[in-house]
Design a binder for this molecule. Structure first.
Ligand code: KG4
Ligand code: ZN
Length: 333
């Protein structure tokens, strides 16, 4: 089963050809980093325009590198939400046009579910599992009984983990995207020299990173950015410890011994190391995708598309983009 996947929910224009849900024949990710860098974050209108220019060349390169034509594919899967409305529409309209013209089935994909599925592409996770999708737009804690069987336990009440990384990076003058920049600076810092709070909120499954972000802001305002690596290391540690705390608590309360991590922030080395250490101490298996599958890509979209097609779950061409599509629910219009 060969699926063409298309992903344009934020600032990556991506297309991938995936066989049988796991074998990546080609995966093209065209990042718009250079366009958004000087604004310190993604500018939605610029993202939409860039997707429009890039989508056809990216799809063509994907097919060419995989050595296939549209005739060879069984279906087209595209992200329909959540994400930026203008950005989503470009990928979605492209996918639907190909399906209409080539007479192929169309599959609308939830971006967060695709991130969850990315953890299944290189591993065969034990289920049920607790999965945390930590990215620039989402921080979700999900109980998974199977692909398609999700209970959303908690999510961020304000900033997503990656968004907090990006904003603190901007405050420290480290640039965009903030995650990799903070990780690099943190490797030279001492977290105990710039203590920051942990927003554990033990009474809730939800996350909240805006207070931590503000604490970093006040620290910078009061003491300056003289010790940038220390603040970076302290912030990274605070985020990692908070995410790991929630995941471990969810494992205990749901009596689960399998943990998955996905999304751009899942490529953070400190977070992976901490989760690995705490999970293995409790006999819990921890699995996460390799970094190129953590950040936005279309391979995870195509892979999930194969599972959906195998289950007969195709979508109507009338499905439109849903910027707030919650995992496990039907997309709105
Ligand atoms: O999953 P993703 O590519 O896009 C969304 O769905 O949002 O995640 C992008 C986010 C950005 O906020 C970026 O700063 C963060 O992931 N990120 C990282 C790292 N690499 C990317 N955060 C922490 N450490 C990293 N190494
Ligand atoms: Zn994403």
């Amino acid at each position: 089963m060969l699926i063409l996947g298309i992903e344009t929910s934020c600032d990556e224009t991506a297309a991938a050809a995936v066989e049988d849900g796991k074998k990546i024949l080609s995966s093209i990710v065209s990042s718009q980093l250079d366009l958004h860098q000087r604004f310190g974050g993604v500018v939605p209108e610029i993202a939409s325009r860039a997707h429009l220019e890039l989508i056809c060349p990216v799809i063509e390169e994907c097919l060419q590198r995989a050595g296939i034509t549209l005739d060879d594919i069984d279906a087209v899967a595209a992200t329909a939400g959540p994400g930026l409305i203008g950005a989503l529409l470009i990928g979605l309209a492209s996918a639907k046009s190909i399906c209409f013209a080539a007479g192929k089935p169309f599959i609308a994909i939830n971006h967060v579910e695709a991130h969850v599925y990315s953890a299944f592409m290189e591993h065969n996770p034990v289920l049920p599992a607790i999965c945390s999708v930590v990215s620039g737009g989402h921080t979700d804690l999900i109980y998974i009984e199977g692909i398609g069987a999700y209970t959303l336990l908690g999510r961020t009440r304000d900033d997503a983990a990656g968004e907090a990384f990006d904003k603190v990076s901007k405050m420290l003058g480290l640039g965009y995207p903030g995650g990799p920049a903070i990780q690099e600076a943190a490797s030279r810092g001492n977290p105990s020299k710039a203590p920051l709070p942990r927003p554990y909120m033990p009474e809730s499954w939800d996350f909240s990173f805006s207070g931590l972000k503000t604490a970093a802001l006040y620290r910078i305002r009061d003491k300056g950015t003289g010790n940038i690596p220390d603040i970076a290391a302290s912030f990274q540690k605070a985020v990692a410890e908070t995410i790991v705390y929630k995941i471990m608590k969810a494992c205990e309360e749901k009596n689960v011994n399998s943990v998955l991590l996905a999304g751009g922030v899942a490529s953070n080395k400190e977070l992976r190391k901490l989760l690995e250490r705490q999970a293995s101490a409790k006999g819990i298996i921890f699995q996460a995708p390799s970094p190129p599958l953590c950040t936005d890509n279309a391979a995870m979209v195509a892979g999930l598309g194969a599972v959906k097609l195998a289950n007969g779950e195709t979508s109507s061409l009338a499905v439109t983009a849903d910027p707030g599509w919650v995992i496990g629910e039907e997309p709105g219009c």
